[in-house]
Write a protein that binds this ligand. Sequence first.
Ligand code: ZN
Length: 440
Amino acid sequence: MGFGEKETFRGLNRATQSQRQTGSAIKPLAVLVPGINEKIFTGATIYNDEKTTFEKDYEPKNSDGGYLGEITVRRALESSQNIPFVEMMEQITPKKAISYLEKMGITSLTDEDESLALALGGLQNGVTPLEMASAYATIANDGIYIEPTFYSSIVDSRGRTVMTSKQEKRTVFSEQVAYVLKKLLQQPVNGTNGTATYCSIPGIDVAAKTGTTDENYDKWLCGFTPYYTAVAWFGFDQNETIKYNSQNPAGIMWANVMRSIHDGFSGARFYQPSKIVTAEICADTGKIARTGCTNTYIEYFLQGTEPSQCTRHSGSIVDVNDREDSKNEEKNIIYTDDNNDLELDPDEEEVTNTEVHNDNNVTNENIQDENTQNEVDVPPAQNNTVANDTLLENDVVDENEIIDSPENYENEEIDNTLSSDVQTDEEEDNTEENSTETVE
Ligand SMILES: [Zn+2]
C-alpha cells in the first residue's frame, strides 16, 4: 500500500507534536556538548565501561549487555556504551546538562529529568523530532542555535512582503567546540564498531547518532552533514515494540533521504576552525601516543586540552601535525567539486535495503520516490535551517524551506534541519541481540 493517501487534515504532526523518548540519541546533546564545552573531558578521556552501581541503585546496562573496560569517550560513543556516558553525566551534573539542552531549544524537560538517566535519554515526557533536529543543528551550525521555522516570508499578490520569519538565534558554544563534536560524531558512522555506518555518504562528512528505547518503542537517527541536519524517528503513537530485521529503521530512512538529498552536491568536509589541535592518541591510556604505543588513533582537541604523554608505553612522541598525509587530508577541505563521489554504491544500497518487514511495506524505493518529489535545493553560501517533515504516512503538513543567513559564516557550509518521521513497525531488542547498536 505504500505510504497511503492523505486522509486527515490537521492531524497529529509527529515531527512537531510527538514527544518521544530519545534513548541514546540524546547522548551527544546531554553529555558531549556540556562535557566538551566545560572541558570536563576530551574525546580521548578514558572511562571505565564496567558494571557500575550509580548513586544507590541505578545500574544501567549496555545495549548488548557486554562491557569494554577502559575506553576513550570516542570509543564509548562509537558503539554507544552506556556506562561511560553515565559516568560523564555524574561529572557534568544533570542540572547543568539540562541547562545546555534548553539552550539548544529543547523545551519538554521536567524536574524529574534531573537524574543520571538523562545521559541515556530516560525522560519523563521525551522530545519532539523537530526539537532534536534543532538541537543537533546547533552543533552543525557551529554552536549557534537557530529556532526552526517553516517559512521564510509571506508575500501578497502584488509582491509585497506581508511578513517575514523571525528566528531566535543564540550562541551556545564556540565553533571550536562544535568542530570537536562534529569529529566525535563521525565515529558512529566511520568507526569499525559504529552504530550508524550505513549512514555514510561518499565524499561528504556525516555525523550521526542512533537511539533506541526500552522495549524498542522508539528508534532514532539524528545527524548532519556540512549541508543538512536531519532527524528520523520511527515508532508507534501508542507504544508498541518495533519489529525489524537488522538495521534501525529510522536509520534506513535517514540514510535514504539524506543520500538522495545530497545527490549531485559537491563533496564536503566539516570546516576546521583555528585553535584545534590534532594529535595521535594511545587508545589504551588516552594520552599522546609514543612510538611504542600500538593501539593509536587521531583525536581532535580544543587548543590547551590535549592530554599528556603516554606513560604506559615508551618511545618518542608521534607528532601528527608533522605528517604530510594528515596535512593534506584533514585541512579544511570544503568542496572538492567531485560530483561523482555522490553516486550511490549499488552494493551499499543493497545493504541499506535489508528487508524491512512490515505491514506497510516500507522500501527504499518508496522513500526515495517520496524524497524526489520533495526536492530541497539549496544554493551554497547560505546557512539554512530547514524543517522538513517528510510525510510517509497520514501526516498533515508538508513543509520545506526557511531562509536565514547567520553572520559568523566564513565558510560556504549550508546547514538545514530536516526532520522526518514515519510510523510503521520493525523489530530488535536493545538489551539482548541488538546487532544494530553493537555490530557493523
Ligand atoms: Zn601508550
